[in-house]
Design a protein around this ligand. Structure first.
Ligand code: SF4
Length: 384
């Protein structure tokens, strides 16, 4: 049995290769702190102080909390913190954090919306399969038998309803709340979207939570039995610290590290450039051949001949009847089946069959009849 967290499962879902590096091989890489993470951490710590002090009957003024945040910023900021959006400076981000705290303070002062039960709560939820799920709640509160799992978000994008209703992280925490606090009749998932001074809320029914728990255990079981860890390139790659050793990006990183003038000397660059040029020429030739073929047909039609002679070869131009089927094949397939004509007129769909064989999702006799070989697909796309 092992411990799992939301970020561990999300990593597996997003990119298995990264999951392997991070959680199985435990490869150590220099992970630069991004300014967004730095800002988020400091805002969390300022709001944590606000509520911890309130527990000791100390009400900080807005100025005191802002000064706490400013001091943290000035003490902990280093130039190694990464600003990806380089049109902005550290000062811009510092000000954003000040605004988040200030808006929050004005909105919720005197902070009596709920009884605070836990701040930065850390515990483990035991799943029915014996595995444990890490629970970390920014602030847990209650009003009577309604409990609130509160999360501070410093994202510059508002979460939409569908995202809230599908969010696994807080929903899993609500399972823990229900276990720990049997008087909890209702658990509200509450995201403080600090950049917008807005609350985003969602709730789950018992059935949804049961399904979520089952789905979570399913991912864990998939992850534990996983033997293939391919890369999965997505928009999230730009935040991945393993790019330098990732097969989908290491060549790009290597090129970026080379001097620009040496760039073209790289064999990989030459090969991709040549391959891309040849494919472009092939497309052009195919298009041109299509046009010449149409001209040939027209030539033969006008001359009412069916053989056109060139210097070394001749072209036969014969009219034939081409059958055009309706886009929607369902009806014709049904009629073929009804008339008992389907089997003799249908073909095996090899791409479907391949996928079933690869997933071991077909009769063993079929699997025994085929062999697996390694092959490569090479496809070109624009560089990110
Ligand atoms: S860079 Fe992208 S594809 Fe490569 S390991 Fe990271 S997340 Fe996966």
């Amino acid at each position: 049995m092992a411990n799992y967290s939301h970020s561990r499962l999300s990593t597996f879902e997003q990119c298995r290769y990264r999951y392997k590096l991070q959680y199985i091989d435990r490869v150590k890489v220099d992970v630069p702190t991004t300014v967004e993470a730095f800002l988020g951490d400091l805002v969390h710590r300022a709001l944590e102080k606000l509520y911890v002090d309130l527990g000791f009957q100390k009400m900080n003024s807005e100025k005191e909390i802002l000064s706490f945040y400013d001091n943290l910023w000035d003490r902990e900021w280093t130039d190694s913190i990464l600003i990806v959006k380089n049109e902005y400076r550290a000062e811009n981000y510092k000000k954003m954090g000040q605004n988040y705290i200030s808006d929050y303070y004005t909105h919720y002062h005197p902070f009596d919306q709920m009884t605070v039960i836990g701040i930065e709560t850390q515990d483990m939820l035991t799943l029915p399969d014996g595995n444990k799920y890490h629970v970390r709640i920014d602030r847990l509160g209650c009003r009577g038998s309604t409990y609130f799992v509160c999360d501070y978000k410093t994202n510059s994008r508002m979460k939409n309803k569908a995202e809230l209703d599908e969010d696994r992280q807080l929903a899993m925490y609500s399972l823990w709340v229900k276990n720990m606090f049997p008087d909890a009749k209702k658990v509200v998932l509450l995201w403080h979207m600090l950049a917008f001074d807005k609350e985003a809320v969602s709730e789950r029914t018992e059935e949804q939570l049961e399904k979520l728990q089952q789905d979570t255990m399913k991912i864990i079981s998939e992850l534990e039995s996983c033997t293939e860890f391919p890369t999965s390139v997505s928009g999230l790659c730009k935040y991945c610290s393993y790019k330098k050793i990732c097969p989908s990006f290491s060549h790009k990183v290597e090129l970026e590290e080379k001097m620009l003038k040496k760039f073209k000397e790289d064999d990989g660059v030459k090969l991709v450039d040549e391959y891309s040029k040849l494919l472009a020429e092939k497309n052009m030739i195919e298009n041109k051949a299509g046009e010449v073929k149409a001209d040939l047909v027209e030539f033969a039609r006008q001359k009412e001949i069916d053989m056109v002679y060139g210097s070394n070869e001749k072209a036969s131009v014969k009219e034939y009847k081409k059958i055009v089927y309706p886009q929607d094949k369902e009806k014709i397939t049904r009629v073929l089946k009804e008339k008992g004509l389907y089997d003799e007129n249908s073909m095996v769909c090899y791409s479907k069959l391949n996928s079933k064989i690869l997933k071991n999702d077909i009769d063993k006799q079929i699997i025994g009849m085929v062999e697996e070989e390694k092959d490569y697909r090479v496809s070109l796309s624009k560089k990110p």
